[in-house]
Design a protein around this ligand. Structure first.
Ligand code: PEP
Length: 252
């Protein structure tokens, strides 16, 4: 039985004081979280340490939104997996569509980052998803299959099961448009099938697949009760603790 994972991606929002206050507020509600749901928050790099301190003594997990694939070196402005691991960070988002579109991360880079995260014992959340143009051109499945295949290249089955895949249609991120529950579940099932083809049915049944794209309390129930969807990656709605709590509690 796969445990659901609801993750909040705070993106480039909240300074240290604001992040710590939001983490405190989410922590104060954690007694109301369903015990079967794993809850994760991903603040900006600058807030990771203080949010980690604030979450001490709770079950809420902490993750980064990105990382470089090298351990260290002359990569000005970058943060390495070793730095994250040594700070006690557990998860890392890899290949978010904003990274792919605005910072030109390609599938090869995503694959290197996944391997580096796994090498250092970080749990990656791999983001995949098609643009509106690709969906309207009926190439959404081909697009997502290519992203998945290239991302998992050279990764063994033992590591593959440690990767959570977040299906995030680019046209639904931060736009208020959500994929229908049927569209989201269909793609999640397709991703699972693609993983089964690369590895085995067993591996595919163990990989968590989240949906992300304008998830809010009003649509969370429908999306999170779909058979192949194991939680959500939440952007905007994770910036308000009560809204986030409501989403978490639909993920049973
Ligand atoms: C995201 O950032 O991964 C995301 C899904 O954002 P939003 O929920 O705001 O669409």
């Amino acid at each position: 039985m796969r445990k659901k994972l609801v993750a909040g991606n705070w993106k480039m929002n909240n300074d240290v004081v604001e992040s710590t206050a939001l983490a405190k507020s989410i922590k104060s509600l954690s007694g109301e979280f369903d015990a079967d749901v794993e809850v994760l928050i991903c603040p900006a790099f600058t807030s990771l340490y203080s949010v980690k301190q604030e979450l001490c003594g709770s079950n809420i997990k902490i993750g980064a939104q990105n990382m470089h694939y090298e351990d260290k070196g002359a990569y000005t402005g970058e943060v390495s997996p070793v730095m994250l691991k040594n700070m006690g960070i557990e998860y890392v988002i890899i290949g978010h569509s904003e990274r792919r579109q605005l910072f030109f991360e390609d599938d090869e880079t995503v694959n290197k980052k996944l391997k580096a995260a796994l090498k250092h014992g970080l749990k990656p959340i791999l983001c995949v998803g098609e643009t509106l143009e690709q969906r309207e051109g009926n190439v959404e499945k081909e697009t997502v299959r290519n992203q998945v295949t290239k991302a998992f290249e050279g990764i063994g089955a033992d590591d593959a099961v440690k990767i959570t895949v977040a299906y995030e249609p680019v046209w639904a991120i931060g736009t208020g448009k959500t994929a229908t529950s049927v569209q989201a579940n269909e793609m999640a099932a397709f991703i699972r099938k693609s993983i089964a083809k690369i590895y085995s049915l067993e591996v595919s049944e163990n990989v968590l697949i989240q949906y992300g794209g304008s998830v809010k309390k009003d649509n969370a129930n429908e999306i999170l009760t779909q058979s192949d969807i194991d939680g959500a990656l939440v952007g905007g709605a994770s910036l308000q603790s009560l809204e986030f709590l409501n989403i978490i509690n639909y993920a049973k």
